[in-house]
Design a protein around this ligand. Structure first.
Ligand SMILES: [Fe+2]
Length: 212
């Protein structure tokens, strides 16, 4: 296996954060750094990983709070689906509504989109556009590892909510259909809480999560 990875919670809402790297080049991507940037940087340094890109499943504050510091420290890029760039720019509105401090955000460097793999070292991750929780919500898939980070589209016991900024219920239903049809052997990592299998979506979709 030429990809190694670590999954760990970060930030006040214990967002599941993923560091994936190419074992031959030590270049990696960091998915959803929700907070605690110093700790995340330490993890990358201990592994000898150079973070090439911070990738967001979606641009909610609890998925990106550590991104400004890490970008400054590592000169990595920040990649977000184009349909969530408005959310990134509306960070002040998000934070005020949630009573959270407003971070100063840099510009987004690049967009991710379905059909265009994210490169790191000699490896790549696939992008699945899974809108509903937010317009540009994406799953980040590693077929060789049989892992997909599904962000807040679905959790182990409930589907992601659609009542936040520009959420869409019809899109969410379509995205849940797609997630449920991923290979049964795959492990799905949600934005918060424990992993689950695609077969669990059928039951989870009848509940709505309160996660942001
Ligand atoms: Fe979210």
């Amino acid at each position: 296996m030429a990809i190694e990875h670590l999954i760990f919670p970060s930030g006040n809402l214990a967002t599941n954060t993923g560091l994936f790297w190419c074992t031959r080049t030590r270049e990696g991507i960091l998915v959803d750094p929700g907070g605690e940037p110093d700790e995340i940087l330490d993890i990358a340094l201990r592994q000898g990983v150079c973070i090439r890109t911070i990738v967001l499943t979606h641009a909610h504050i609890d998925n990106l709070a550590a991104a400004p510091f890490l970008r400054e420290e590592t000169s990595c890029g920040i990649a977000v689906h184009r349909a969530d760039w408005n959310l990134w720019e509306a960070i002040e509105e998000q934070c005020k509504e949630l009573g959270m401090p407003v971070p100063e955000l840099p510009e987004i460097d690049e967009e991710i989109s379905e059909g265009t793999p994210i490169q790191f070292g000699r490896e790549r991750a696939d992008v699945l556009h899974l809108p509903g929780h937010s317009p540009g919500h994406c799953g980040i898939a590693f077929p060789d590892l049989e892992i997909c980070l599904v962000g807040d589209a679905c959790f182990a016991g409930a589907a992601g909510r659609t009542d936040l900024w520009n959420g869409n219920e019809a899109d969410q239903e379509h995205s849940l259909d797609r997630i449920s049809k991923l290979p049964p052997s795959w492990t799905l990592l949600p934005g918060h809480g424990p992993t689950f299998a695609p077969g669990a979506v059928a039951r989870a979709r009848h509940q709505r999560s309160t996660n942001i």
